[in-house]
Write a protein that binds this ligand. Structure first.
Ligand code: HEM
Length: 390
């Protein structure tokens, strides 16, 4: 058994987080596992090994999903950072309000909200797509869902971004965001049922706690995870939808001609530009992968975005094709921790794609602005200069 090849790629360097695809291609060619001394991690680079590792919690523990010890410490006891059997119970409490049945009642309201917002933007003729749509829409949906009011509503964006930034290595981005993530943590540890709007899902979580359906003192943690895991990633995905449709008018035309392509189009957006490219695991023992050994105790970097562009798995992976329908993409992860909020994310994204494809023939966008981020790869600003209405 040999040791994995080594590369001097830095997964968290500004140029790599802004455009990870050249580094991903290089690492995939190097091998299915590559040791990266600059990050002190073993990176999993190809589709099959990424998926296998996410399924194998006995070898790859969630005790280290972040790339610095402080964040891992803060996450202890959450569903995200637990392994079965503890994870199984934590996740059940977390997903009760995110199951297809629980979400069914939300679809009509979410569709109406997306359509009204898109109609208003089309009417304006030009707009800044990230603030006006990618941020505005999921923030409104999640705020109404959980029942946030007042200052919390105003802080959701900062808190959601910070919760993702602090998962990186101890670089400047992580250090700057710890105090902001701490505000979220403090608020969630103090929030009470009365702070959340009556009839909201957030209230329902407290009611479940009161009647003993979920363990005591878990309601605040669940709300923390909805906000921490669900806000920044969905904003990134919706911004990506607008940018990719502007860049590929032929692909928007396909969805316009055949609205049944909406779910396939969202799968392709998540495959082509995964909102989260790098996620952590801890090797619990010496683990053999592809004829090499990852040593016990090593930090592992699971490259979701690199798996999504692996030519061993997808034909022509660097091309954005809405008809491809990659239902097995890795954008939501896979296995026991596979995204617990993907039903909600899909409701939101499908509503936006449907509204755009119904109301817009073409979008003309200026250059997208990006700023480097440790975990979520998202667009900071995207000027839509002209809308050609349907
Ligand atoms: C497009 C948007 C989203 C993306 C790309 C995304 C991505 C992911 C990924 C990759 C994981 C796996 C983490 C792991 O394997 O350790 C995950 C887990 C999770 N996501 Fe999402 N997510 C999105 C939206 C949401 C939303 C809207 C919510 C909640 C309202 C949410 C809540 C969660 C939770 C709670 C987990 C942890 C599940 C567990 O530990 O079992 N996510 N997500």
């Amino acid at each position: 058994m040999s040791t994995p090849p080594t590369s001097d790629v830095d997964l968290f360097a500004d140029d790599v987080v802004l455009d990870p695809y050249p580094a991903h291609a290089e690492l995939r060619e190097c091998g299915p596992v590559v040791h990266l001394p600059r990050n002190d991690v073993y990176a999993l680079t190809r589709y099959d090994v990424v998926r296998d590792a996410l399924a194998d919690w006995e070898s790859f523990s969630s005790a280290s999903i972040a790339f610095n010890p402080m964040a891992n410490e803060a996450l202890t006891g959450t569903s995200l950072a637990s392994d079965p059997p503890a994870h199984t119970q934590l996740r059940a409490a977390l997903t009760e309000n995110l199951s297809p049945r629980a979400l069914r009642g939300l679809k009509a309201g979410i569709d109406t909200k997306a359509d009204a917002l898109v109609a208003e933007l089309v009417e304006k003729g030009s707009f800044e797509a990230i603030d006006a749509l990618a941020r505005a829409f999921p923030l409104a949906v999640v705020a109404d869902l959980i029942g946030f009011t007042g200052h919390v509503r105003a802080n959701m964006l900062r808190w959601g971004q910070a919760a993702m930034q602090v998962l990186g290595p101890m670089n400047q981005r992580t250090a700057e965001n710890f105090p902001i993530a701490g505000e979220l943590y403090t608020w969630c540890s103090q929030v009470k049922a009365e702070d959340l709007a009556e009839g909201s899902v957030g209230r329902g979580i407290f009611e479940a706690e009161a009647r003993g359906a979920i363990p005591p003192d878990t309601a605040g943690h669940i709300i923390h995870q909805y906000l921490g895991a669900g806000v920044d990633s969905t904003i990134a995905a919706i911004g990506n939808i607008v940018a990719l449709f502007a860049e590929h008018p032929d692909q928007l035309a396909l969805v316009r001609a055949d609205p049944t392509l909406v779910p396939a189009a969202f799968n392709e957006v998540l495959r082509y530009w995964a909102p989260i490219n790098t996620w952590g695991r801890l090797a619990t023992k010496d683990v053999e992968v592809g004829g090499t050994v990852i040593p016990a105790g090593a930090q592992v970097a699971v490259l979701l975005g690199a798996g999504n562009r692996d030519p061993r798995h997808y034909d022509d992976p660097d091309t954005f094709l809405v008809e491809r329908n990659p239902v097995d993409h890795l954008g939501f992860g896979y296995g026991p921790h596979g995204c617990a909020g993907q039903g909600l994310a899909r409701l939101e994204a499908h509503a936006v794609i449907e509204a755009l494809s119904r109301r817009v023939e073409r979008l003309v966008a200026g250059p997208e602005v990006r700023v480097p981020g440790n975990t979520t790869r998202s667009i900071e600003a995207l000027p839509v200069l002209e809308v050609i209405p349907a």
